[in-house]
Ligand binder design. Structure first.
Ligand code: ATP
Ligand code: MG
Length: 582
């Protein structure tokens, strides 16, 4: 491609509305332009990368046995009413009426459409398993579209849906997608982690999010420094400590202490001269409206997602003042486990603790030397707190580290949520009618491109991995008015293209500095400069964008040497053994 002919409007200035670097660079490198809030046009340079990402996705999905389809973007309300999501989905779902006043929506995801398709066609176990995918436009009316194509309203998603006859098959389908995703993001050249994710309200199912590690990521994750364990911070488990039966001989007598207006952990610890670890915090929640008390060490925080999952509740929220008064007989700040009128659960952080301080369930009073068994009971100990960086890995015991990530993909075992709601059944081997077991698997194409930039850039611009670079090589004749230089540029351009290398020839009549800045900004992995001095000596200068390494190569060898570098990098990234989170 010739730069002079390309629709490639680069800009120097950082756009004022772009908060994150990937958004800034995608605008500056002429990859995207905003149409209106959360809606973007993709320009030729950007679209080259998008198509490469899509092609890698297609290859790996096909290799995993999934088949490509193309489903409608406009979906009838009836299907969403059947699944129950018409009322549940909220304002993110863009709804409208057609000329016959029939209610429709623009698909934010396609569980309903695919389940409808498959239930109409699949009748027996012999037609299962099936995995269908598409790469198609989704519309989600996000409350706060931001960060360019990272969180926009209209975007391309690869979404796949698997249908199986039994749990074993469904687990296998999931595993195949998990592996395909690992291959996809490895081939794209990203540093990522598949992390265990909270499966939200869909009980029983499990899911992994594929996170590209980047400091600017919206998600927080915990990963082990020793093994492969990684989880969303919401979900990250904490190992159960060994239980030692306390010796009641060590229990000190329970004391009630007047603590006027002393409510918070800090106030109690200052007033009594104890550390927050010595104090038990008692928090009252409403789980689906029912009061539940959680005991946790004073310096720890309750993880509401864990509590919700543990209780199997649809919603968990801190109880209102009225409920606290009802179950503790006192205003907030003095809750404790002794005599509380609610089921009590204790976090693992309290296991083996004796002689603790807690609220007395009486206004302006706390107790000292409270002991489990003697003074109060709990229904169970459970993992209910938010993990901290000093915690040890629940799998191998090594220290856990925190990182930030961008969720680029999500694999989800749905189970029978949609097949039950929409009656997607089949006749099993024994002639019995059963619900299909489903999985769904998404990748945000634009978000993946943005995440790659977020992770791989420097002060000058983008550092594309070879597999998704819009071009492999940029040939820069420094002065196109010099016939020899221009001719050498044309020859190298032709030779490289013939060798199967994608080249952008900067044939613009611009100063060398301008060309170099644009080359760095758009981030083509290899730049070849043809300048008067080196050409007179029979050479060209090659520069690797990522490392800054330069090499002088004789003109006659340039095409071969450069082709080998490009092909070598492509091969390394596409290698079948390159399928591990890095
Ligand atoms: P998030 O929590 O970031 O909103 P999600 O859980 O809603 O994501 P999914 O429904 O699992 O996302 O969609 C699958 C993939 O689609 C995501 O992993 C992400 O890559 C992409 N995606 C989701 N929402 C957007 C968006 N608003 N803009 C761009 N890509 C998106
Ligand atoms: Mg979302």
């Amino acid at each position: 491609m010739r730069y002079s002919q390309m629709f490639l409007p680069t800009v120097r200035e950082v756009p004022s509305d772009a908060e994150v670097i990937s958004h800034q660079l995608m605008i500056r490198a002429g990859m995207i332009r905003k149409l209106t809030s959360g809606i973007y046009s993709v320009l030729p340079l950007g679209y080259r990368t998008v198509k490469k990402v899509e092609e890698i996705i297609r290859q790996e999905m096909d290799a995993a046995g999934a088949q490509e389809v193309y489903l409608p973007a406009v979906q009838p309300a009836e299907l969403w009413q059947e699944s129950g999501r018409w009322s549940f989905y909220g304002k993110e779902l863009l709804r409208f009426k057609d000329r016959h006043m029939r209610e429709c929506c623009l698909g934010p995801t396609h569980e309903e459409v695919i389940t409808d398709l498959v239930r109409n066609e699949v009748k027996t176990y012999r037609q299962l398993p099936r995995n269908l995918y598409q790469i198609q436009t989704k519309f989600r009316d996000e409350v706060r579209p931001r960060f360019g194509v990272m969180r926009c309203r209209e975007f391309d998603m690869k979404d796949a849906y698997s249908f199986d006859a039994d749990e074993k098959g469904a687990d296998l389908s999931y595993e195949k997608m998990f592996k395909a995703y690992t291959r996809i993001f490895s081939r794209i050249g990203l540093t990522f982690r598949p992390v265990e994710a909270d499966s939200g309200n869909i009980g029983g199912a499990y899911s992994h999010e594929f996170m590209v590690l980047a400091d600017t990521g919206e998600d927080a994750l915990a990963f082990c420094s020793g093994c492969h364990y990684a989880a969303n911070l919401e979900k990250a488990e904490i190992a159960k400590p060994g239980k030692v039966d306390p010796d009641p001989a060590q229990f000190k007598p329970l004391e009630s202490i007047h603590t006027p207006d002393v409510r918070t952990i800090e106030e109690v610890s200052a007033f009594l001269g104890v550390t927050p670890q010595d104090i038990v915090k008692t928090l009252v929640f409403a789980a689906d409206g029912k009061p539940v008390a959680v005991l946790i060490r004073g310096d720890e925080e309750v993880n509401e997602a864990k509590l919700r999952n543990y209780l199997g509740a649809d919603s968990v929220e801190l109880a209102t003042d009225d409920i606290v008064l009802e179950v503790t007989n006192s205003p907030k700040g003095f809750a404790g486990a002794i005599g509380i009128k609610a089921d009590v659960y204790a976090d693992y952080s309290l296991m083996n603790r004796i002689n603790v301080v807690m609220g007395a369930n009486r206004e302006d009073y706390h107790v000292k030397n409270a002991n489990l068994g003697r003074d109060f009971t709990v229904k169970a100990f459970a993992d209910l707190r938010i993990i901290k960086e000093s915690d040890s890995c629940p799998r191998c015991g090594k220290p856990v580290r925190f990182a930030r990530g961008i969720e680029v993909g999500h694999v989800f075992k749905l189970g029978t949520k949609y097949s039950k709601a929409m009656k997607a059944t089949f006749l099993d081997r024994d002639g019995k009618e059963k619900f299909m077991i489903m999985g769904c698997y998404g990748i945000g194409v634009g978000r993946t491109v943005a995440a790659a930039i977020e992770q791989q850039h420097d002060d000058q611009g983008i550092l594309w991995p070879m597999t998704i670079a819009p071009f492999h090589v940029m040939v820069v004749p420094v002065n196109v008015n010099d016939a020899k230089i221009a001719a050498a540029g044309e020859t190298l351009y032709r030779e490289l293209e013939e060798a199967g290398v994608e080249v952008l020839l900067d044939d613009r009549d611009e100063r060398a500095g301008v060309k170099f800045n644009d080359a760095d900004l758009i981030g083509i992995p290899v730049r070849v400069t043809i300048g008067p001095k080196s050409l007179a000596a029979g050479n060209v200068e090659m520069r690797i964008r990522r490392t800054g390494e330069t090499r002088t190569i004789p003109v006659g060898e340039a095409a071969t040497v450069i082709r080998d570098i490009v092909m070598g990098e492509l091969k390394a990234l596409n290698d079948p053994n390159n399928g591990h989170p890095r």
